[in-house]
Every structure is written in C-alpha cells, then in structure tokens.
Design a protein around this ligand. Structure first.
Ligand SMILES: C[S@@+](CC[C@H](N)C(=O)[O-])C[C@H]1O[C@@H](n2cnc3c(N)ncnc32)[C@H](O)[C@@H]1O
Length: 274
C-alpha cells in the first residue's frame, strides 16, 4: 500500500538532502512523476545541489506570490487582523508569519497604515527563502524581519506573546492531522493573543479551481505538482476546529466551512480567553 502523497518541496527541505532518499520517499508514496522530477535534479555524490534547489524554491515561491496576489491574500489578512485586534485585551505589537516563504504577506503588511509601529516577523525553515525574503524586503523598504525557524516551535519570534498575533498561509496542510492539536497547543503554551491560519477548504471545487489556476498561471513543474497536491492535503474546517478545541481550548475559534471560489484561502482563527 502507498504512503500518503508528499509535496516535492517537503522532501527537498531541510537540506542537505540525499537525492536517492528524496526519490525513494516519493516512490514509496506511489508518486512516479514527482520522483522523476527529483531524479533529474543535479547532485554531487548523491547530495542535491544547494544552489539549484535554492533557485528552484525561489522560482516556486515567486509563483506562489502570484497566487497570493490573485487571491488578495494580504488584504484579507489585514482585514482579519483588524477584527482580531479588536477582541484582544492588549494593544497589538507583533505579527508573526509562520512558514512565510517569500515574505509577501509581511512585505505587503509593512506598508499597511493600520499596522504602523507593529513589529513584523517572518519565520521559515528554509534559509534560502529567508535570505531572499529579507533581500526583497530591503528592496521595497519593508521593515519586516525574516528568521530561520520551525513553525511548530517559533520560540523567540513570539516575544511579548500577549501582544502577538500569529498567522500563516499555506502551511496547515504541511502538518499531519494528528499533529494539529500540538501545533495549536504551542500557541496556547506560548500565550499568543490570537491566531489566523489560512489554507483551502478541500473538495471538488477547490481541486478544479486549483488545477485551472496552476495550468494557466504556473510554469514550474514543482509548483504545479505541489500546488495541486496541497489542495488535496488541506484539512476540512471541522478537523481544524476540533484540533483547536483539543490543543488550545482557551481560545474562541472560528473557521467557515464549505468551498468558495471567492474565499479560497479561509482562516481558522482563535482569540485567547474571548
Ligand atoms: C505553501 S508554502 C507557503 C508560503 C507562504 N506562506 C505563502 O503564502 O506564499 C509553505 C511554506 O511553509 C514552510 N514550512 C513548511 N513546514 C515548515 C515548518 N515546520 N517550519 C517552518 N516553515 C515551514 C515552507 O518552507 C514554505 O515556505
């Protein structure tokens, strides 16, 4: 029996990665085409070429930024942050974006007047992306900081938790359902004021819309493969709400279920003690 499908980006991160290991993991999941894509990546002594993978991941994330632009993701995050901060007992001082990739959401929010003076910190476990996000940020005068770290243990990035909102986009589907309660429990243990994590509601409409978008707008084979798969790996709203109830029971949670072309990435939100 095949194992659950994997995104190519997950098997080539964190590096260094042995190409044969990455290929074997994809083959064990029955992903023959994905395994062939990795097999064709350059390697020295079976270790994937760092420069090649860094450049590839930057191209993939540039295409992901395009998706964020189409879906007006930062604008939606900004509106939700407004709502969440109204429900907080303390003034908002910091927004932490877990698995921030190119940093597009924070780079946009950095120019949002409603967040003037709010500290913006992006966290991702891919150093090649964090170096690039910081460079893009400097180029457009953005004040966000980007640090290498684990989304499941953001630690120091969440200083002043009672004044912090934690966000993410496109990250929840990287976390197996069994580990979701621990993900939300880390927010509760850290004591963050609120959270908003954006991912698609899975289903036929999401799959169809994703396929059309990826065929029409994405050029990288890895983008197309991972993008389509991520829609299928996403967790339904009731699974997310159950995970919040189990891991972070002190938070008032919300997540609108049902697929919608107008709301492809919908957040699961939580507010502490509300
Ligand atoms: C689908 S991408 C989304 C990137 C970005 N948030 C966006 O909306 O364009 C998922 C991101 O999560 C990061 N990621 C996945 N698992 C992670 C983990 N355990 N810790 C930190 N980053 C992680 C990946 O490196 C990647 O940048």
């Amino acid at each position: 029996m095949s194992l659950p499908p994997l995104e190519i980006s997950d098997v080539i991160t964190p590096r260094p990665v042995r190409r044969s290991d990455a290929v074997a993991r994809l083959q064990a999941s029955g992903q023959v085409r994905a395994a062939r894509l990795v097999e064709r990546m350059p390697a020295t002594d079976d270790v994937l070429d760092e420069a090649h993978v860094v450049a590839l991941m930057r191209r993939v994330h540039a295409e992901l930024q395009r998706l964020g632009e189409e879906l007006q993701l930062p604008q939606r995050v900004s509106e939700d942050l407004d709502r969440l901060r109204q429900a907080m007992g303390n003034p908002l001082r910091r927004v932490v974006d877990l698995g921030c990739g190119s940093g597009y959401v924070l780079r946009w929010l950095s120019h949002d007047p409603s967040l003037a003076g709010v500290d913006l910190v992006g966290v991702d476990h891919d150093p090649g992306l964090m170096e690039w996000a910081a460079r893009l940020g400097r180029a457009d005068g953005c004040r966000a900081r980007f640090v290498v770290g684990d989304a499941l243990a953001p630690g120091v990035a969440v200083a002043e938790p009672e004044a912090t909102i934690v966000i993410s986009s496109g990250v929840l589907h990287h976390i197996p359902a069994a580990d979701l309660p621990a993900f939300f429990a880390a927010h509760a243990t850290g004591g963050v004021a609120a959270f908003a994590h954006y991912d698609p509601e899975p289903g036929w409409l999401t799959n169809l819309g994703s396929w059309v978008f990826h065929r029409a707008r994405m050029r990288e084979a890895v983008s197309r493969h991972d993008g389509n798969l991520s829609m299928r790996r996403a967790h339904p709203a009731d699974v997310l709400l159950d995970a919040v109830a189990e891991g972070a029971p002190g938070y008032a949670a919300g997540c609108v279920g049902g697929q919608s072309v107008l709301r492809v990435l919908r957040p699961v939100t939580g507010t502490k003690g509300a």
